[in-house]
Ligand binder design. Structure first.
Ligand code: ME8
Length: 518
């Protein structure tokens, strides 16, 4: 039987600058979701990449005295490097400047045109280059500084030119029916309500081409126009799995199971994108999930405040798995979150170095010293043993339920509840004291602890792939017994374990102040 497919995407980033922590956060969370489904036996395709057209790219390129293509090429490489550094297991990194993507976008345009949804007119209205978004006049306000800004707080400028339009107004009822019939189309619920009220308030036709620059995908049959960057950006999700070649081996992944994006771009993904797809006669994605924004010490990142934190530096300073764990556990996925040096150190030292690291280290070194590294065979299980094993056995279902709706923090909470209970069990059973009084019982306690740590390590792999691999190495778990199916088979007593090694070092502040701090 062929495995169930699971197609997941990040937003594609504007490479007008280098990656920041918001990009890292989205990549890490999407990666954890992708890895979870892979370990759970699904046939996963994970797409990420860069969104290289649009006016923002042109403006930055001009400032840097480069062509937009050279700027995109330079920064796309940095995004890819970030993904590699953070252990992001993408299957394809798409760049919208690729030839296949131009063909794909022209094809979706042609289908929307054939369906009668595209017409030529002229546009006069407000545009935010930073958001690459058109706004209605009543969505903008003039501030005390006399600058007119859109709903995201970015400056808008007046645009007046000939433009093709997409008949978005014709999709209002169809979109409302979509949200009604597919209640989990948008997550979390707060975003869903926001989208529904936006659509209910009335949809205007959307300007979808520009004539004042030519960095973009050409409109088929009218090369004076390039497409509005969001038409081409959203289409990346189908290009990524082979479009316009619907015979491509990856086309089977469409429709996407979930698009992971930030809350600022929900309108594009939950309103425009399904409307374009319906118009082109292509199935609509199954779900969009919008995560929150990250703030450094409560402040929005900005170059002028000087708090733009480089994800490479954070990874160097705290460790990749520590950073991944921190963001996934600390920030309820879907809500805004805060990060700073003290919070990262407190969280990772407590949960990783103390709770999980010490438990593994203490039990495995006892097995090393007293049994020459031979994992003991257990005797009959006591009620305490049965209780902790049952709790560990219950983790998978809890994690599955949480991950099905992108509640990554809930999955980790369930796992760390077992870490906490396993520590209480270990302290209560006091196996170090049993060496003399009841060696048989000591063996059982060490066996049970090793089994619980094994299950925790398997389930924590999506968050911390490298550290968990090391932990499974020292538990003697073979690489082909690390997926969720393997959870059901208890660790084998009597097997020889490799020498234990610490997996989660404690973070200690360098003696000299002056070290960079998040
Ligand atoms: O929006 N915290 O690109 P982008 C968390 N090219 N997430 C953040 C963030 C922060 N402080 N800042 C940005 C674009 N993000 C378009 C997407 S998709 C077809 C086209 C998130 O580089 C943001 O919400 O501005 C988005 O999901 C992603 O980073 C890329 O943002």
């Amino acid at each position: 039987m062929s495995r169930q497919t699971f197609y997941i995407t990040t937003a594609i980033a504007y490479p007008n600058g280098v990656p920041h922590i918001g990009h890292a956060y989205e990549a890490i969370a999407t990666d954890a979701l992708a890895r979870f489904q892979r370990l759970d036996g699904k046939d996963v395709f994970f797409l990420t990449g860069t969104d290289e057209h649009g006016q923002k790219m042109i403006q930055t390129a001009q400032k840097e005295n480069m062509t937009p293509m050279d700027l995109a090429t330079r920064n796309a490489a940095r995004f890819k490097e970030m993904d590699q550094r953070l252990n992001i297991s993408f299957d394809r990194f798409i760049r919208t400047s690729e030839k296949q993507h131009h063909e794909s976008t022209q094809e979706i345009w042609k289908r929307m045109a054939t369906n009668g949804d595209i017409y030529l007119d002229s546009y006069a209205g407000w545009y935010s280059v930073r958001d690459e978004a058109y706004y209605a006049a009543d969505e903008t306000v003039v501030g005390e500084d006399k600058v007119r800004r859109g709903p995201q707080g970015t400056p808008v400028e007046w645009v007046e030119e000939k433009s093709y339009f997409f008949k978005l107004s014709a999709y209002q009822d169809k979109l409302l029916a979509l949200y009604e019939n597919q209640p989990d189309f948008i997550g979390p619920d707060s975003r869903k309500n926001e989208v529904i009220s936006f659509v209910k308030s009335g949809l205007k036709d959307l300007s979808i081409s520009r004539t004042t620059f030519d960095w973009g995908v050409k409109v088929p049959g009218d090369e004076e126009h390039v497409m509005y960057v969001w038409v081409d950006a959203l289409t990346n999700y189908i290009t990524g799995v082979g479009f316009p070649d619907e015979g491509d081996k990856n086309w089977r992944y469409w429709p996407a199971d979930v698009h992971i994006i930030g809350k600022d771009i929900i309108r594009f993904h939950a309103v425009y994108w399904p409307a374009f797809l319906m118009s082109a006669g292509i199935p609509v994605q199954k779900r969009v999930f919008a995560h929150g924004f990250l703030f450094n010490r409560g402040e929005k990142m900005s170059k002028s405040v000087g708090n733009v934190v480089d994800p490479f530096n954070l990874a160097d300073q705290y460790g990749v798995d520590q950073l991944r764990y921190f963001f996934l556990r600390e920030v309820p996925f879907g809500q805004d979150g805060n990060y700073n040096h003290e919070a990262i150190v407190a969280r990772t030292n407590a949960d990783l170095a103390n709770d999980l690291g010490n438990l593994a280290q203490r039990s495995l070194s006892m097995i090393g010293k007293q049994y020459g590294g031979l994992l003991p065979e257990p005797g009959a299980f006591s009620d305490n043993d049965k209780a902790i094993l049952a709790m560990a056995d219950g983790m998978l279902e809890q994690a599955r339920t949480a991950m099905a709706t992108q509640q990554i923090h809930h999955a980790l909470n369930a796992i760390w509840a077992v870490v906490a209970e396993a520590n209480r069990y270990f302290a209560g059973e006091a196996p170090w004291a049993l060496a003399k009084t009841d060696p048989a019982r000591q063996k059982t306690v060490l066996y049970v602890t090793a089994e619980v740590v094994r299950q925790i390590a398997i389930l924590a792999q999506p968050a911390m792939p490298d550290a968990c691999a090391k932990l499974l190495d020292i538990l003697g778990v073979s690489p082909d017994a690390r997926d969720f199916v393997a959870l059901a088979t208890r660790i084998k007593g009597g097997s020889q374990l490799p020498p234990p090694a610490p997996v989660f070092p404690r973070y200690i502040d360098p003696p000299e102040a002056g070290a960079a701090k998040a």
